[in-house]
Design a protein around this ligand. Structure first.
Ligand code: SF4
Length: 331
């Protein structure tokens, strides 16, 4: 039997790792590198074994080189025939090369950023790399795999009815058997989660102290308005990075524009967006027209008028959860 604990650098997965140590069984710990984490999160994951005496966390990482190469071939064969101007074709081919950063490469390949309605980032950056690089190889040997996930029933409506132990039939093509174990399911308070980690000498990831509710991507596409304002206040270089990513992904995209946060989420921007769409007069470069992360940051700093809307309302965040926290891959 092989035990595998998914770690994200957040409180719940850290407590899950500590619970695995307390069980006294040998286990592997794995983390998926999205390329969009805060350095404090990498530090928290990389030092976990030193603080606790548990196993070193193994990083896995998605690789989009083949898919980017496939997209280049597709563009070369099809875009001009589909009426895409030659300069946009050339621009896309110029930028479409793997950077080695999974988040950016995923978006270059897709020609867009993930959104709440198209949240492909969780599957592509976290679930599938762990599955492909750890779970499936173990199942291929005929092993029974227990995947430990740090989710709590009290955290969201979606999690309330999850069982603590569950057989998954998704890998029936392989000889091994796969189960999910959720050791924190009945843990009700955040204080209790932190206390489990503290028993093993692990202090909370500093991102919590700075005001973030969840530790995952920095920022997450689903972050709240307050969290985005905080990112800008404390780590403006992160916003600069996203602005550069928007420029690159826009160049890889047929429409010529892509924004990190879905602009349809903001009532004011949404109206402008709809007007632009209706008029058919969409500027080639919407970043230049003022859309994009920089403008969302400016909005996130406001607290009046129609700009009170949250990217993802904090209560909604708590009630329904997000794809990443449903998998225990941020928290
Ligand atoms: S933390 Fe957010 S942005 Fe990152 S993979 Fe999960 S849902 Fe996507």
């Amino acid at each position: 039997m092989k035990h595998v604990v998914s770690v994200s650098g957040g409180k719940d997965s850290t407590a899950t790792y500590c619970r695995a140590i307390e069980r006294g069984l040998p286990f592997r710990a794995v983390a998926a590198d999205t390329g969009n984490e805060h350095p404090a999160t990498y530090e928290a994951v990389n030092t976990l074994h030193e603080k606790t005496g548990g196993p070193k966390v193994e990083w896995v990482k998605a690789d989009f080189a083949d898919r980017i190469a496939g997209k280049r071939r597709f563009i070369e064969r099809n875009w001009e025939d589909h009426g895409v101007p030659a300069d946009l074709v050339a621009r896309a081919l110029d930028v479409l090369h793997p950077t080695g950063n999974p988040f950016l490469d995923l978006c270059l390949w897709k020609g867009r950023f993930p959104s709440r309605k198209a949240q492909f980032c969780t599957a592509e950056l976290k679930v599938m790399p762990i599955d492909k690089q750890v779970t499936r190889p173990l199942l291929a040997t005929g092993a029974t795999v227990i995947s430990w996930q740090g989710v709590r029933a009290a955290e969201s409506i979606v999690r309330r009815d999850l069982p603590p132990f569950q057989r998954l039939v998704s890998h029936n093509d392989l000889p091994g058997r796969l189960y999910v174990f959720r050791p924190l399911l009945r843990v009700t308070s955040v204080d209790e989660v932190f206390a489990i980690a503290r028993r093993h000498g692990v202090e909370p990831n500093p991102l919590y102290g700075w005001g973030l509710k969840r530790v995952g991507c920095f920022p997450c596409i689903n972050c709240s308005k307050a969290e985005l304002a905080l990112v800008d206040r404390r780590f403006p270089e992160q916003v600069d990075r996203l602005e550069e990513w928007e420029r690159l992904v826009s160049e890889a995209c047929k429409r010529g524009h892509a924004t990190f946060f879905a602009i349809v989420n903001d009532p004011i921007m949404r109206d402008e967006w709809v007007d632009l769409d209706r008029s058919g007069n969409i500027p080639n470069d919407l970043i230049g027209a003022g859309f994009g992360v920089r403008r969302m940051v400016e909005w996130a700093k406001t607290d009046r008028g129609g700009r009170q809307y949250s990217l993802l309302n904090d209560q909604l965040h708590q009630d329904i959860g997000t794809a990443c926290n449903e998998w225990g891959m941020c928290g």
